[in-house]
Design a protein around this ligand. Structure first.
Ligand code: PLP
Length: 259
């Protein structure tokens, strides 16, 4: 059986973070493992509290599973601090992890900071050079690319070029925050741009969509798909889990992996 590891935060509400990642791995028939970086007390409305684990504990979780069980692909989600990013990067480099998807989680939909401001630099300099793919949404792409605005395709292409210069092999900018009936995701591997278009699904239950998307790509890489195929297939999964997303709680409900 293929094996995938999520290095991310725990969402007590079960909609995002490692909970979303494990549900996604399971849906793709991939064996899921976790290295928890932080525990959040969270529901569909708010992140009430965050407690990070020690960097040593994060490193130990990675080491334990990689040495014994082994991994075919890894994703990172909420990493919280530069200290944690440093040890995650060191472990991933030491084990020469090739299939690495970095979801540069910064701020939750509810507004809570999931990555400290001073850790953004570490993410760019330490983690991106190790990654096969980084999957920013538009607000994250703005920060990673150091741009003022991204309002259309040309600016998305410029952002993708700039982000790729940080040393990551390929970039997927998720255009879900752009206005309009259509959604537009842009993939760039240094040679070609692939544009993925889709119809916007009207729902407020989108908690955990970013986590789910990067976990699906990670699972598909573990299964041996190449990058553009994995992105296309993961998008189809996103359409399904958002179309059938669940009106749970009083805020942004979660995606539905049982769809
Ligand atoms: N909580 C954790 C632990 C996460 O990793 C993420 C992922 O981005 C979120 C919350 C954010 O979820 P969303 O912004 O989809 O509500």
């Amino acid at each position: 059986m293929k094996r995938a590891l999520s290095i991310a935060g725990s969402d007590s509400g079960g909609g995002a973070g490692i909970q979303a990642d494990l549900k996604t791995f399971c849906a793709f028939g991939v064996y899921g493992m976790t290295a928890i970086t932080a525990v959040t007390a969270q529901n569909t409305q708010r992140v009430e509290a965050i407690q990070a684990l020690s960097p040593q504990m994060v490193a130990a979780q990675i080491r334990c599973v990689v040495e014994d069980i082994g991994v075919d692909a890894v994703k990172t989600g909420m990493l919280f601090s530069s200290d944690i990013i440093e040890v995650v990067a060191a472990e991933l480099a030491r084990f020469q992890i090739k299939n690495l998807v970095v979801d540069p989680v910064m701020v939750a939909k509810s507004g809570a900071r999931l990555l400290r401001e001073d850790a953004i630099q570490s993410l760019m300099t330490r983690l991106l050079p190790l990654a096969l793919l980084v999957t920013p949404n538009l607000p994250e792409a703005l920060i990673l690319a150091g741009m003022e605005k991204i309002e259309g395709l040309e600016e998305m292409q410029e952002a993708a070029r700039r982000i790729r210069e940080k040393g990551v092999r390929a970039v997927l900018i998720k255009g879900g925050h752009l206005p309009g009936e259509e959604t537009l995701d842009l993939f760039f591997d240094g040679e070609q741009f692939h544009l993925f278009r889709g119809k916007r699904i009207s729902t407020r239950n989108t908690h955990g969509t970013g986590c789910t998307y990067s976990a699906a790509i990670c699972a598909l890489l573990a299964l041996g798909y190449n990058l553009p195929e994995a992105v296309g297939e993961a998008r189809r999964y996103m359409e399904l889990v958002i179309t059938h997303s669940l009106p749970l709680g009083g805020g942004f409900g979660p995606t539905n992996h049982l769809a």
